[in-house]
Design a protein around this ligand. Structure first.
Ligand code: ADP
Ligand code: MG
Length: 321
């Protein structure tokens, strides 16, 4: 099967590539054309997943497709943007129809859930990697950025932390736990749920936001730096799932919540008076700390003493000097 036949067969005819709101022209021409309403801005983000770096060799193609799109769309959620479209740049060592059908099915599933259309991409031969670029729309000036956290704000997260990192040894086949626990954790790893509704409801309320991809401590560090403030995290308030606690125990669960990556939940700051509005809207919000004057991220134990965390998160090129 040649490149063009492959594109036609697996991508151009996929359900997730067919006409949706905001897409004037999809796959097949030199560019896709997207529509924006007057007063909207386009939010754009790219993520690359490389075999053996971001996912294990031999990973199931369907799970990979759904995870790749979820990870990319999570950045739109973090900006308070509404998903519109995505492109897929695919590098493949060889063509396997089972693998491509699996990948498309996984993309399909997540695309439906997130309301996003496949509008283009690129296909070439080489070591397996996927690059997804997502496009979303947001009313002008309303996007949530990392900048803007203010002293006195609460620091919040959108769900239980550390599950995906807790699942990693299971993904890699390095550990076995009871099926019911494994199923819950693996679901969090392979099928992250971009917090799109939370992102939308944070517009105009949150002072800063991002999605946690590299671990809570590292990502809170980004908000602290961009906003010129210190973020204080109270370890005792970290939301931990029953599955994670059952799998690794409390100490390890805390470490995974702080430093494990791949949560794809939102972390954000907001003035305390806005918390009831957010909760009244039905959003799950966990307050885990607050914003102080200063810089960096401080972690406090239950008695209010400063703790030194063991690991601060994942970086591809090591820790900066
Ligand atoms: P060009 O050479 O003009 O860049 P290509 O020949 O690479 O275009 O692709 C033809 C069409 O197929 C384009 O619309 C492109 O966006 C789309 N396309 C190529 N690869 C993919 C893919 N993996 N997924 C979705 N669309 C793709
Ligand atoms: Mg062209």
């Amino acid at each position: 099967m040649g490149e063009f036949e492959l594109i036609r067969h697996y991508f151009a005819t996929a359900a997730c590539a067919q006409g949706a709101d905001g897409v004037a022209l999809g796959i097949g021409d030199d560019c896709a054309l997207l529509e924006l309403a007057a007063g909207e801005q386009l939010a754009v983000s790219t993520d690359t997943l490389v075999e053996a770096v971001h996912f294990p060799a031999e990973a199931d193609a369907r799970l990979l497709g759904q995870r790749a799109l979820a990870v990319a769309v999570s950045d739109l959620a973090a900006m308070g943007a509404t998903p519109l479209a995505f492109t897929l740049a695919l590098t493949l060592p060889s063509v396997s129809s089972d693998w491509l059908a699996g990948l498309t099915a996984g993309l399909e599933r997540m695309a439906r859930r997130c309301g996003v259309q496949l509008v283009g991409g690129d296909t070439c031969r080489g070591p397996l990697s996927l690059t997804l670029t997502v496009f979303g729309r947001v009313p002008r000036g309303m996007a949530l950025t990392r900048q803007g956290a203010r002293v006195g704000d609460l620091l919040c997260v959108g769900g239980a932390l550390g599950d995906a990192a807790g699942a990693l040894p299971l993904v890699l086949g390095q550990r076995q736990v009871a099926d019911s626990i494994a199923a819950l954790l693996l679901e969090r790893y392979w099928s992250p749920q971009p917090q799109l509704a939370l992102g939308l409801s944070l517009r105009g309320l949150a002072t800063a936001a991002l999605d946690i991809s590299d671990g809570l401590l590292a990502d809170c560090g980004h908000i602290a730096r961009a906003s010129g403030v210190a973020l204080v995290i109270e370890q005792a308030r970290l939301p931990l799932s029953a599955a994670l606690l059952a799998c690794v125990g409390e100490d390890a669960a805390c470490q995974l919540a702080l430093s494990g990556g791949d949560d794809y939940l939102l972390a954000f700051t907001l003035a305390p008076e806005h918390l009831p509005d957010l909760q009244a809207g039905g959003q799950t919000v966990h307050v885990i700390g607050h914003v102080e004057a200063g810089q960096g991220v401080r972690l406090l134990d239950a008695a209010g003493r400063i703790l030194t965390p063991l690991h601060s998160g994942y970086q591809h090129f090591g820790t900066p000097p």
